[in-house]
Design a protein around this ligand. Structure first.
Ligand code: GTP
Ligand code: MG
Length: 197
């Protein structure tokens, strides 16, 4: 399914402008700058469709991408962006929370965690919310190219320990790098199964 053409088709900054949920959806969530937009591009090998930036906070709307009319990939705005005004920050978070807990057709949330930094309070908040709304999610440790393998392993153990009592988390934790391509193929095959539900 990831060989299909990726086309941007909607951006929403309020829930009333979410497009109809006609396709199974996979969303990418996480703190600002963890690499959500880069991952969308790496998965589909279509660089530049989801815009990426060094400056955190680039994606400020929920962006919906159609992948060959088979599946919808959703780039969520990152939270924890330090430079934004509080009102703006709160509005983004509310939007993400509403999307994650109410969206019909949402099959999976990929929660991206920067391997270097690990899980932060905002990540835990989102995890709690998904547990409460029984939204299926999986954890992706990103930017593994930036960290020594021993530290990747240590971080993985820490996250698994944190989540071991949770019920809506699916699949083993995966480690990826959009830059080196590590883990991208395995992630594709895991996510491809979702479109066949
Ligand atoms: P927001 O839209 O602000 O929420 O950020 P985002 O999560 O979409 O991050 P984005 O994909 O824009 O990437 C942020 C920065 O991290 C960019 O400079 C990317 O080039 C870089 N980056 C993304 N993935 C990787 C990776 O696997 N390894 C390394 N070294 N850098 C990465
Ligand atoms: Mg982005």
């Amino acid at each position: 399914v990831f060989r299909n053409k990726l086309t941007f088709f909607a951006a929403a900054n309020v829930s009333s402008s979410f497009p109809p949920a006609d396709l199974p959806e996979i969303a990418f969530a996480g703190r600002s700058n963890v690499g959500k937009s880069s991952l969308l591009n790496a998965l589909t090998r279509q660089w530049g469709v989801a815009r990426t930036s060094d400056k955190p906070g680039l994606t400020q709307t929920i962006n919906f991408f159609n992948l060959g009319s088979k599946i919808c990939l959703v780039d969520l705005p990152g939270y924890g962006f330090a430079y934004a005004k509080d009102e703006v920050k709160d509005a983004w978070e509310e939007l993400v929370k509403e999307y994650v807990s109410t969206r019909v057709g949402l099959k999976r949330v990929c929660l991206l965690i920067d391997t270097k930094w690990g899980m932060k309070p905002r990540d835990h908040e989102l995890v709690h919310l998904m547990e409460r709304s029984q939204t299926k999610y999986q954890i992706l440790m990103t930017k593994t190219d930036m960290v020594f393998p021993i530290d990747v392993a240590r971080r993985a153990m820490e996250i698994e320990e944190n989540l071991k009592a949770n019920k809506s988390v699916v699949n083993p934790l995966m480690m990826i790098s959009s830059k080196s391509g590590a883990g991208i193929r395995s992630l594709r095959s895991v996510l491809a199964k979702i479109s066949r539900f």
